[in-house]
Design a protein around this ligand. Structure first.
Ligand SMILES: [Zn+2]
Length: 259
């Protein structure tokens, strides 16, 4: 979901080299700014990736960075409008309800308590609760760290189950916040996943693990590869459909807390 608006005629400035353009605040959200250089660019080009929540600005060289940064600041309203095209935001704040491994969890904050993160399972009509202690400013960070940990554990156990089913050995399993793919498998047998899969239905997380583990046999998307996936995972079409139609919603979680 990238849009291009800008076209600012170039005017070379004597900007210092390596001018940093790390972030821009739009409303409550702090977005990273990615500065790209394309020597063939004839204008400064501004793009907003509303899904990944990143502002990208391309200029022909480092000497245009100051001008490019000023252009980003000038276009704040346009950037805010583009961001509305992205996923609905669900910041990790007290009172928010988030799905964790298919179960709704409410975030609660207990100031003054040095408890880190404590999780109470659902009981009767009461939802599961993630209680975070300490300063409210760190609630989002602590919830994110806890979710990453949950994702790592769940994805590791799913990966191991599928490795066992296929009789394959794996190397490292890691989780990241990749904005381009849900999982990857390298030729050395290491697997990497998006931690956000813990916010998806469990069958979707499981499918991504089955898919990546199948790459330990075929590092391509050939019919042979799909036959391996289908031998260990039922109804991959439904999981693929979910990722295609709802997957980008996962990028809205916690957004706005990233600084
Ligand atoms: Zn694949």
């Amino acid at each position: 979901m990238e849009r291009c608006i800008a076209s600012l005629p170039l005017k070379k400035t004597n900007a210092k080299r390596n001018v940093k353009m790390p972030t821009i605040r739009i409303g409550h959200e702090v977005l990273p700014i990615e500065l790209k250089i394309n020597k063939r660019a004839r204008r400064i080009i501004l793009k907003v990736d509303a899904v990944a929540r990143v502002v990208k600005v391309t200029s022909p060289g480092k000497s245009y960075q100051k001008e490019a940064l000023a252009f980003v600041q000038e276009r704040k309203i346009w950037i805010a409008e583009r961001l509305l095209e992205g996923p609905e935001l669900h910041p990790f704040v007290p009172g928010a309800v988030i799905p964790v491994n298919g179960v709704k969890h409410m975030i609660a904050h207990l100031p003054g308590k040095r408890i880190g993160v404590r999780v109470q399972p659902a009981a009767g009509r009461n939802p599961a609760v993630i209680t975070v202690g300490g300063d409210e400013a760190f609630v989002a960070r602590k919830v994110t760290d806890w979710l990453r940990q949950q994702a790592r554990e769940k994805l590791t156990s799913e990966t191991d189950a599928y490795c066992k089913a296929l009789g394959k050995r794996r190397r490292k399993v890691s989780v990241r916040d990749s904005r381009t793919r849900w999982g990857s498998c390298s030729s050395d047998g290491s697997l990497c996943y998006s931690w956000r899969l813990i916010l998806a239905p469990p069958s979707v997380l499981s499918y991504v693990a089955a898919h990546e583990v199948s790459h330990l046999i075929h590092l391509d998307h050939s019919p042979k590869f799909w036959a391996v996936v289908d031998s260990i995972f039922e109804n991959r079409k439904a999981a693929e459909r979910w990722l295609k139609t709802k997957g980008s919603s996962l990028y809205g979680y916690g957004a706005g807390d990233r600084a």
